[in-house]
Design a protein around this ligand. Structure first.
Ligand code: OGA
Ligand code: NI
Length: 354
């Protein structure tokens, strides 16, 4: 059973923000935040938009676009994804209502000192560590037998049922996307799909309250995702997600009826570095809360992960060591992610020049 590591228990940021403070407490204050590239946002490059219905009708140009998006951006917006939109709306509403519950009602879902699954904040290892301006709820969702009996089964209805549907639909969507990626990479699908049998899924709900000093806090600091594929749903229209592209922070605009998809570390390893796991972060603003749901997909913990044989050639030797998936996840969850440092630890040193 995968654990998300332990975390010191910290107060709810949502409750703190309700106190109408004008200065954030020292522990949330980041003096030197990398500012986003603010210029004319219309002229900023945006991540590619991929149409799943075109991919499923074997559109070669769309497949080429998918390949390009994963190689150059590691991120894309997915439209016409086939996931029932009224079900997605119900999940959004349920999660918004969940965060609107009183703190007393949410307390039963609070993290415990033994495992950071639940409601609270992850990766808090010391009393003087800087904290994120966000509350999160993290849960294991697939396979169903790994669900924690004190979390999803105790959620209010209809959220619990809608979440169940959402979890299965996103699991299926993940497999569909991975399968299209194997076509784009021109590799044997089975070798990869076999790794995703009985796939491991977890969800992280992020609640970023408005903040009186938004430029001096961070919603979630720069990191890459540990799994293979993340499917992010922006629950409301508030902006905040940014990705690192050529050393600059690029904001990702919410697109209605789209999912933001990103490549995680495990997929970067499997594709021998062809598909990139990109650093990203979330900033907050002074006016409006922001809510997002990240759904992470990865191979089971006992699977051995290494670059897929067809993607290792004399010109492109293996860039990553062979590892047991669970060991990699455990290393990732054991401390606060910093950029791509976890992936760097499994990199083979004598790399080719790219
Ligand atoms: C995450 C994440 C971004 C966001 O939870 O891993 O990157 O927009 N979230 O909330
Ligand atoms: Ni992330």
């Amino acid at each position: 059973m995968l654990k998300f590591g332990t975390s010191l228990l910290v107060p709810s940021v949502q409750e703190l923000a309700k106190q109408r403070i004008t200065k954030v407490p020292e522990q949330y204050f980041h003096p030197n935040q990398d500012s986003p590239v603010i210029c004319n946002t219309n002229s900023l490059p945006q991540i590619p938009t991929i149409d799943l219905s075109k991919l499923l009708s074997e559109d070669a140009i769309e497949l080429e676009k998918l390949d390009h998006a994963c190689k150059e951006w590691g991120f894309f917006q997915l439209i016409n994804h086939g996931v029932n939109s009224s079900m997605v709306e119900n999940v959004k509403r349920g999660i918004q209502e969940f965060f609107d519950l009183s703190i007393e009602e949410k307390k039963q879902f609070w993290q415990t000192p033994e495992d950071s699954e639940g409601y609270g904040q992850m990766y808090v290892q010391s009393d003087d560590q800087k904290l994120d301006w966000a509350d999160t709820l993290i849960i294991h969702t697939l396979p169903p037998q790994i669900r924690n009996p004190r979390l999803i089964p105790c959620f209010p209805q209809p959220l619990r049922d809608n979440l169940e549907k959402y979890s299965f639909e996103l699991g299926k969507l993940c497999i569909t996307i991975i399968e299209r990626m194997t076509l784009a990479l021109k590799i044997e699908s089975n070798e990869v799909l076999e790794l995703f049998e009985n796939l491991n899924q977890s969800m992280k709900w992020n609640y970023y309250p408005p903040c009186p000093q938004p430029e001096n806090v961070i919603g979630i600091d720069s990191h890459s995702d540990v799994g293979a594929l993340t499917i992010l749903l922006q629950v409301n229209e508030t902006e905040g997600l940014q990705i690192k592209n050529e050393g600059k922070w690029i904001p990702i605009k919410p697109v209605s009826n789209a999912f933001v998809i990103n490549v995680g570390d495990t997929l970067e390893i499997l594709t021998n570095g062809l598909y990139k796991s990109i650093e990203h972060r979330a900033i907050v603003n002074s006016k409006k809360e922001r809510i997002s749901i990240a759904t992470f997909h990865r191979p089971q913990i006992d699977r051995v992960i290494s670059p897929i044989s067809n993607l290792v050639t004399a010109q492109r030797p293996a860039l990553f060591k062979k590892i047991v998936a669970g060991d990699y996840y455990k290393a990732f969850f054991s401390r606060k992610p910093q950029g791509k440092s976890c992936l760097d630890a499994v990199r083979i040193q004598n790399e080719i020049d790219e």
